[in-house]
Write a protein that binds this ligand. Structure first.
Ligand SMILES: [Zn+2]
Ligand SMILES: [Zn+2]
Length: 402
């Protein structure tokens, strides 16, 4: 099959690799029809991780089941499914509590596994024609009868929509509260979408890319351009001097000033300053245990100069970490099915798999207009493809797709 593999820093290529096979009776094979390029793929693309050469990238996957292992009971060939980026077992102590982002079975010695990801286990990704999914019965989210029609919405259930939602959960957002989100990339935009659905009174988002800020305004967020002055002052102004009730970090360890200089503690300390006393902060931007490629002495060792004194004095609380996609994806799927959520509005480019290496280049430079790239393996000229519904069979309504 064709797949996108990592060759080295800023070098990915489409190449022929062996077809994945059922290796264990609990495995399922999926024909991938949609797979996104994620901002965290860029950490690997840029050579800032220890991802191994030859790895197939891609952890935001949706497709149709083509083969099931002998022990698979719930999933059938022909089912349309979306895959959480987390690979989880369903029976470890963390999975049992819904913390599937911290599964201790699938990546021994670590908590958490994922497809096509540095340090997250030996699993290939889905920027390919086919993908092997371990513990298919547990890991798949079945999609209802509008799976093909709303494919571009449902594929966001693999990561960024639940991750944006998770940011607002970690921050403790309640209806009527205000929230400030640092980072207007796909995850920040999904946090804004989630906060809006959850009934936030004010959604404030901070970035400096005009195309992204324009998208945020489109959904009713207050967009702050931090290249034009201190975002903290502006947030305090907008919130009557008090600060926002909640704050989200959706940038991560490579956060930088408008001139491009990386300042690893910039967003975290800005959040401490711009969230009201006793408010909450949710951190889903990726921070790493070590970052040898950083110019910052502390960051090389995975450390931050965090304003802990102010954090303590204000009585703030904070939640961090990867999203446990399965904690939310069923419910967010239902919001999409009933038309209450439509995360596909962030997609800027629909491309074929062959176009992926070029897309990485554009997305990596945050080129204007490249907000979110979705790849459709098996299609050429994907942008203009027509979708066939004839291959579907037996798709239960959302209510029965449990
Ligand atoms: Zn992702
Ligand atoms: Zn587990």
């Amino acid at each position: 099959m064709k797949a996108l593999i990592y060759n080295g820093p800023r070098d990915v290529q489409i190449t022929d690799v062996p077809d994945p096979k059922i290796e264990k009776p609990t495995d399922v094979l999926v024909k991938i029809t949609s797979t996104n390029i994620c901002g965290s793929d860029l950490h690997m693309y840029e050579g800032r991780t220890d991802v191994e050469k030859g790895k197939v990238l891609g952890h935001e996957n949706l497709g149709q089941v083509v083969e099931i292992g002998k022990a698979v009971a719930r999933i059938q060939a022909g089912d349309w499914v979306c895959l959480p980026f987390n690979i989880s077992c369903g029976f470890c102590k963390n999975c049992e509590r819904g913390l599937t982002g911290f599964c201790v079975t699938m990546n021994p010695g670590n908590a958490g596994a994922a497809y096509g990801y540095a340090g997250m286990g030996p699993y290939d990704g889905g920027q390919a024609e086919f993908l092997r999914v371990p513990y298919g019965d547990f890991n798949f989210l079945k999609l209802p009868d509008d799976a093909v029609e709303k494919e571009n919405d449902y594929v966001m259930l693999s990561d960024i929509f639940p991750t944006g939602w998770h940011a607002t959960e970690l921050a403790g957002l309640r209806p009527g509260e205000s929230i400030v989100i640092f980072g207007c990339g796909p995850v920040g935009l999904m946090a804004a979408h989630s906060a809006t659905i959850k009934g936030a009174s004010k959604v404030i988002i901070v970035d400096r890319h005009p195309d992204r800020l324009a998208l945020a305004r489109k959904i009713g967020a207050i967009a702050i351009d931090d290249s034009k002055g201190s975002p903290v002052e502006e947030i305090l102004d907008i919130t009557g001097g008090e600060g926002a009730d909640r704050g989200c970090e959706c940038v991560g360890y490579q956060c930088h000033d408008p001139a491009g200089h990386e300042i690893p503690n910039m967003t975290m300390n800005a959040l401490v300053q711009s969230v009201r006393p006793t408010g909450g902060i949710g951190v889903v931007g990726v921070f790493v245990e070590e970052d040898p490629g950083s110019k910052d002495k502390l960051a090389k060792e995975g450390k931050l100069a965090f304003d802990f004194g102010a954090f303590f004095e204000k009585g703030l609380h904070m939640g961090t970490g990867q999203c446990n996609v399965k904690a939310y994806n069923r419910y967010l799927r239902n919001l999409i099915h009933t038309g209450r959520a439509n995360p596909s509005w962030i997609i800027s480019h629909e491309l074929s798999l062959d176009e992926a290496p070029d897309a990485y280049k554009h997305f990596d430079t945050r080129e204007r207009g490249w907000t979110k790239v979705i790849l459709h393996p098996g299609k050429s000229g994907a942008r203009n493809r027509t979708r066939s519904t004839s291959v579907r069979k037996g798709h239960p309504e959302a209510a029965h797709a449990e």
